[in-house]
Design a protein around this ligand. Sequence first.
Ligand code: SF4
Length: 319
Amino acid sequence: MTPPVLQAEQLSRHYRVRRGLFAEPATVQALADVSFDVYAGRTLAIVGESGCGKSTLARLLTMIEPPTAGTLRVDAQPVPAVVAALPPQLRRAVQIVFQNPYGALNPRQTVGAALTEPLRVHHESDARGREDAARRMLRQVGLRDEHYDRYPHMFSGGQRQRIAIARALMLRPRALVLDEPVSALDVSIRAQVLNLLTDLQQSLGVAYVFISHDLSVVRHVADEVAVMYLGRIVEQAPRDALFDAPQHPYTQALLSATPTVDRAARRQRTVLRGELPSPLNPPTGCAFHTRCPVALPRCAQERPALAGTHRVACWLRQA
Ligand code: SF4
């Protein structure tokens, strides 16, 4: 069987932070024991509130920083712990598309220069070959040849995101991390960019890790969904299983807060109590117990493991 393109095995990341001149440094557990596989041509969506560890996970998957513990494999090859020691084929294997395409593009660089730059940095082809590859990629993302010499400010938000996607694909990566790729776009053009991503995945076979807080978008693109809370995956399942029968109370609350035209569904809305706790001082036991509407006494003492084929970390599902 073909190995997964991306394999995360118990990835954890913590940071030491100072809380004052004389205070002892504290530890922020930004990510804990995150495991999953993502295969070629498939999409794993990562969902959760802001502060749940999605951005830390994106930095680890794109090898911008190493995990504190655990292993990341790309095509079965372990990623070295020292970022400076990354071999070139690993550096190019996973690329990222950010939420804000305007911030991700250099305003003084033409589209052609932005697209050919990754090839030049990786010493690929000559100038003519790089230009040909960039023009081909422009057409593949739905832009035209004449856009090659234009600057980012001359494009709409949707076109700029197409350029950012094109640049991320120039090195023919094995996986793309898509960090809220449509949330900064007008609602009217989100579907176009999502359809483009689907078409590109089908033609190139690239694996996607799609990070989003928007469950309606996730439902549109994901094959599998992992729900994160305070740095841990609390539920993971194929898309339809998760949307049709969510098992974890946090997932149920997130889904019930998604706008719907179904009146019955609106009546059953679960409102979460309180704010997301600080990762500097996470709750004991199940980290969700301070907000869980169905918490048991043991939830504050013991943390449930992520268990089952429809993976859920909740004592109610493991009783
Ligand atoms: Fe709620 Fe307890 Fe399940 Fe955590 S383990 S989600 S607190 S019922």
